[in-house]
Design a binder for this molecule. Sequence first.
Ligand code: RP5
Length: 309
Amino acid sequence: MPYTGPHQKALTTPYPGTKVERTPVPLTQIPWSAPAHQYNPTEHTNPLHMGPDRPQYAQSEIVKDVITSQELGGIKSFYATQFGGRELRPQNPIGRTGLSGRGTLGHWGGNPAVDALLIRQNPEDASIPEIFLIWRRADRTLALPGGMQEGDNLTEALKKEVTEEVGSEITKLLPEKSQTIVYRGYVDDPRNTDNAWMETTAFALFFNQEESRRMPTKLTPTDTHEVDAAKCGWFPLNSFLNPDISDGKRLPLFASHAQIVQRFKNLPSYQNWLRPPLVTTTCRIGNRKIGAFLHAIKKRRLSSPILSS
Ligand code: RP5
């Protein structure tokens, strides 16, 4: 299920890392379909992302240089992009944000990212699932490890982000892992604007107790500029799965990461991973039936079809 909104973090003001204030948008006026005749969003694009000396990842600030026949400079969105307003720019699929332009995002339209839900069984107690979270220095919050997707290969992008933000010790285990897609779509990110927004593909990877025991206690992310390694680590997953839990241990996560984490509690691969191995279950059922059978013999209550009951 894609994100249906309304967005909240995309209304964050002032705009992250700046003093730029967004134009207030009442919740009822977020959808483009809601009339807002007076709507006059603040215009902001990072000045470093404009002009001929801009970095390679930033598209031209002139939207018609980038858009050709519904293609946003080769960047594909999960949404059928609508164009409108000033200069017929791409429009945020959820609606108004109070800010036009690109903010600090490099692309017009969807800015693709990848995220990793690294789930392990606690090395001491396999019944406790844990999730690895990073601490984003700039946003001063916990988050899923992840980053902008450069290039088309999602697996490579995931590997790069995990190496940078978690550590190469985990990356070494990735080739053996099947990756389950938990979510694809819009991210309610504080950097979003009316014309540029984040989209992600979030993958879950499961590590059993034996693998957890093989993991070093100290993981070493390389991107220590963005990530505070001292505050990253494994957290009890259950406190993030249930939005009603108020045990004080659940902390808010960056952008829509909390909603993404909550998505996978009903995921079949997570449910299977939680279950004890099938062979143990079968033996237990078998033993219980045999036990009941012997008990019945002892009590001389045995009648022939007992095994089929
Ligand atoms: C979020 O921003 C995505 O879900 C991803 O986690 C992150 C990517 O941005 P950077 O980490 O590269 O800033 O919207």
